[in-house]
Ligand binder design. Structure first.
Ligand SMILES: Nc1ncnc2c1ncn2[C@@H]1O[C@H](COP(=O)(O)OP(=O)(O)OP(=O)(O)O)[C@@H](O)[C@H]1O
Length: 263
């Protein structure tokens, strides 16, 4: 398996403070890695370093591109990022917003071709967005917008897809639809997926591998069953959980300590 992503000794700072320390990571092409860790542990910063949006030191290679040095267009042909907080230009329709994903593939001073339109139509159909296509993107609900922003990233036809909490605004049915769709695209076209996820059960169901960050460092990296132990989740998240061993991987259940009045 060829490596789609290599990080060696990667450090990154936000607001003048180093928040990602000495990250070493090698991810094979076509793999789904779920990136987990508490709030503020550095997941977004790592994804942004891979997308060339945050400066970092050390060595980063994403699908043969050094995101710290390459031109934006070259990076965008290799890597798509579905951001946690998308920016929607005022007055843009859903179709236009998804069409922006084709920009890195359109020749300079050129215009959208029939094949670009077909790619956009295809993702609109796969994500059931036909009824929204002509609506203003700024008038969508949070969950509808999240699916549109994923559609834009998929329309980019990247080799590496970076998802920053892709299902945080979705109901349980749309969560499954979106994650299944991304996984089927991964399998069909050797797409490499790194998804920052808070839902540890979903992270385990879809990720062949889990990488756990804590305070900017990788503290566990392995199969879901290796990474998700109740003891480790207590240590890293200060969470009281039970980990169930299920056919489709470990499931993490929060355990409520009854208050004194309920004991
Ligand atoms: N623009 C910024 N200026 C200063 N500090 C920042 C900035 N962006 C992020 N940070 C800090 O960097 C650290 C890592 O943040 P990051 O967003 O990467 O974490 P995360 O794991 O994605 O968190 P969450 O799960 O809450 O989304 C946090 O302490 C955060 O407060």
């Amino acid at each position: 398996m060829t490596a789609a992503i290599t990080c060696r000794g990667v450090c990154a700072s936000r607001g003048g403070v180093e928040v990602l320390h000495d990250v070493d990571l090698e991810i094979g092409s076509g793999t789904w890695v779920s990136l987990v860790g508490p709030n503020g542990s550095g997941k977004t910063t790592l994804l942004h370093s891979l997308a060339g949006l945050v400066a970092s030191t050390g060595r980063v290679d994403v699908a043969g591109v050094d995101p710290g040095r390459a031109r934006r267009r070259e990076i965008a042909r290799a890597v798509a990022l579905m951001p946690q907080r998308p920016i929607v230009p005022e007055g843009t329709s859903v179709r236009e917003l998804i069409g922006l994903g084709r920009t890195p593939h359109i020749a300079r001073f050129g215009s959208e071709t029939r094949s670009d339109r077909e790619v956009v139509d295809d993702v609109i159909e796969r994500l059931d967005l036909e009824e929204f296509a002509n609506r203003s993107a700024s008038a969508l609900s949070g969950g509808e917008l999240q699916r549109v922003v994923l559609a834009r990233a998929l329309a980019q036809q990247p080799r590496v897809l970076l998802l920053d909490e892709p299902t945080s605004a979705l109901d349980i049915g749309h969560q499954q639809q979106v994650l299944d769709l991304v996984d089927s695209m991964r399998q069909a076209s050797e797409l490499t997926v790194i998804a920052a996820m808070h839902d540890l059960t979903s992270a385990a169901q879809y990720g062949q591998r889990l990488v756990l960050l804590d305070r900017g460092r990788i503290v566990a990296d392995g199969t879901p069953a290796e990474v998700l132990t109740a003891e480790r989740l207590q240590d890293v998240y200060a969470a009281n959980v039970e980990v169930l061993d299920r056919r489709d991987g470990p499931a993490v259940l929060p355990v409520r300590d009854p208050g004194p009045g309920e004991r």
